[in-house]
Write a protein that binds this ligand. Structure first.
Ligand code: CA
Ligand code: CA
Length: 395
């Protein structure tokens, strides 16, 4: 039985492409699998939620697998860092031999099985009914154990100890950030070469992201406990498909610091993006009142680099999409009060209906100072008929 099972396993794998253990740093292929208790497990959901996922590809007849299983390393690791512990980790045992039944996992009427695998495992057990997952993960022997971190990167360790797994946890779980620098025409101050922080200083800048309304409809509850130092204004970040920049992949909201650096609601540089695998993406930036822009080309993610929208008009896609704030320094055009991507009479009408307000946080506040007056109109007038590239227009 044991030999027969092994024979079947390798014959079936042999039908697929030549397999090899995936090299460290590969992106784990996605799967959705159902465990022996009927629970489904979607790998990218776990990765997107910031969990490290450990996959133990084993077979019930495999002696090395049984020895490793009984070392308790995965069990101990799961107890400490799994859902009942710090909740940083998911562990999945994946039985790869299609010829072994669920009974073999319980060592019932299965002479080839090394023992009762279920009794010594509090983490989920999956009994594969197709080889597609084994093939995708390049399984050529067992056990094969992968640790998968945020961003989907995987590491292969033959039979990792708890210490090795803890090291993986500390090194591969870093939630990637998008880093960018953006200046806004309205609050930009030529004297200081920074953006004014008048909204924050006057208590007008909200703690909650303001993009839930039309036309953005971004409803993530992003709230700052307190305003980060030097926060100028909220921005909405978009990641778009490298092959089709009209395709929105993910969004997040944060602040621009007075020097243009994108910061999160806690003041840290960059914005975290959940559920995003390493790839290249276009970066687009929206605000309540400035014309949106998108990077000239796709940008690697994750990356330690800051994408700087301020250094040249060629940093953005399209012509005449950035305003020269001063020689060599560029910012977004102000005056798009309805976020449509076009500066026109519709925006002017929003300003006109409330053009003498003080102490407000309003999209028709061109210069983002909490006061609505002719200075805002003047900026709109200068920029009227400016148009963002079509894929950024919002209805
Ligand atoms: Ca508009
Ligand atoms: Ca104003």
């Amino acid at each position: 039985m044991k030999l027969f099972s092994r024979f079947i396993f390798f014959v079936i794998l042999g039908i697929g492409r030549l397999s090899a253990t995936l090299p460290d740093g590969s992106i784990a292929p996605d799967f959705t699998l159902t465990d022996i208790n009927g629970q489904t497990h979607h790998l990218y959901d776990y990765i997107g939620a910031g969990k490290m996922v450990v996959l133990d590809f084993s077979a019930t007849w495999c002696g090395n697998c049984w020895n490793y299983h009984n070392s308790g390393a995965l069990e101990n690791f799961y107890t400490t860092y799994g859902p009942a512990g710090t909740d940083q980790v998911r562990v999945l045992f994946i039985e790869i031999d299609l010829a072994t039944s669920i009974d073999c996992l319980y060592d019932i009427n299965c002479p080839s099985s090394q023992g009762n695998w279920v009794a010594t495992s509090s983490y989920p057990i999956i009994n594969l009914t197709s080889n597609s997952t084994s093939i995708a993960f390049g399984i050529t022997g067992q056990p094969t154990i992968y640790s998968i971190g945020t961003g989907g990167y995987l590491l292969h360790d033959p039979m990792p100890s708890v210490a090795t797994l803890e090291n993986n946890l500390s090194t591969i779980i870093t939630i990637p950030r998008v880093q960018a620098r953006v200046l806004l025409e309205g609050p930009y101050n030529i004297a200081t070469h920074q953006m004014n922080t008048t909204l924050a200083e006057s208590g007008m800048l909200p703690l909650s992201q303001p993009f839930a309304t039309e036309p953005f409809y971004y409803n993530e509850p992003i709230v700052a406990a307190t305003l980060p130092p030097l926060a100028t204004e909220w921005v909405l970040l978009e990641l778009r498909d490298k092959n089709d920049s009209s395709h929105l992949i993910a969004r997040s909201a944060g602040f621009l610091r007075s020097d243009g650096m994108l910061i999160d609601s806690g003041g840290a540089l960059g914005l975290t993006i959940q559920n995003i695998l390493p790839d290249e993406y276009y970066i687009a930036i929206r605000t309540l009142h400035h014309l949106p822009v998108i990077s000239a080309s796709p940008v690697s993610f994750p990356s330690s680099q800051v994408y700087d929208f301020t250094t040249s008009p060629s940093q953005v896609f399209g012509t005449d999409q950035l305003y020269a704030l001063e020689p060599g320094v560029y910012g977004l055009f102000s005056g798009d009060y309805d976020g449509s991507g076009v500066i026109n009479a519709t925006d002017y009408n929003l300003w006109r209906q409330d053009n003498a307000a003080v102490n407000v946080y309003a999209p028709y506040d061109s210069d983002a100072n909490g006061v609505i007056n002719n200075l805002d109109y003047n900026i709109w007038y200068k920029n009227r008929s400016k148009i963002a590239i079509a894929i950024l227009h919002l209805p």
